[in-house]
Design a protein around this ligand. Structure first.
Ligand code: FNR
Length: 186
């Protein structure tokens, strides 16, 4: 049975590069992983007033994470940080206190940007924020995809050979990382 990996996309944009990167990761995954791409469409705002009786969409999102063996975030960068929609998703899934849906889950963080820095600031911010509410975060290899605007064709497929290689290497390293964590926890 392949390990189930939820790939959370930090952009709601229909043509988001982050979504294309997520699909490229799913396509490149080895047989030991099954990647499911999760967009955050329709996830309502976190509001502490609603915690006693959480909305169905929060519960469904938390359940998807809990049912997965691992999580990969594909994040764009907004103002040197993560987009609000991703911030909201993390807040929703981190509750109730001490019961984060991410607890114990191995996590991968993939930064991307049409700019030259590959979303590294967002990725670092995400790593810092996640560190207290999830399992181990893959530290090496890091992945920050730069100039993503030039790297896909109209069908959303990767056209840049360097990208294909880096994505492949990352998802293979992530598969080995998940395997190591599963063995350590067995
Ligand atoms: C951006 N963008 C951006 N890019 C970057 O590399 N660093 C940044 O700090 C920012 N800041 C930023 C703020 C806001 C509000 C927007 C809308 C955009 C550009 C961003 O990388 C670009 O729009 C990407 O295409 C967004 O990712 P998706 O939607 O293509 O995945």
């Amino acid at each position: 049975m392949p390990h189930q990996v939820l790939v959370i996309v930090g952009s709601l944009r229909k043509e988001a590069y982050s979504l294309k990167v997520a699909h490229a990761l799913a396509k490149a995954a080895p047989a030991s992983l099954k990647l499911s791409v999760e967009t955050l469409q329709g996830l309502s705002f976190f509001n502490q007033d609603l915690e006693a009786n959480p909305p169905a969409d929060w519960l469904a999102f938390r359940d998807k994470i809990k049912a997965s063996d691992a999580v990969i975030f594909v994040t764009p960068e907004y103002n040197r940080s993560i987009p609000g929609v991703l911030r909201n998703a993390i807040d929703v899934a981190s509750r109730p206190p001490g019961k984060s849906s991410f607890l114990g889950k191995p996590v991968g963080i993939v930064g991307n940007s049409p700019g030259p820095l590959g979303g590294v600031s967002a990725a670092m911010e995400l790593k810092r924020s996640m560190s207290g509410i999830c399992g181990p975060i893959l530290g090496q290899p890091e992945i920050y995809l730069t100039q993503v605007g030039n790297s896909f064709n109209e069908q959303g497929e990767v056209t840049n050979e360097g990208f294909t290689k880096v994505i492949q290497q990352y998802v293979e390293a992530f598969a080995a990382f998940v395997e190591r964590q599963k063995k350590a926890m067995a």
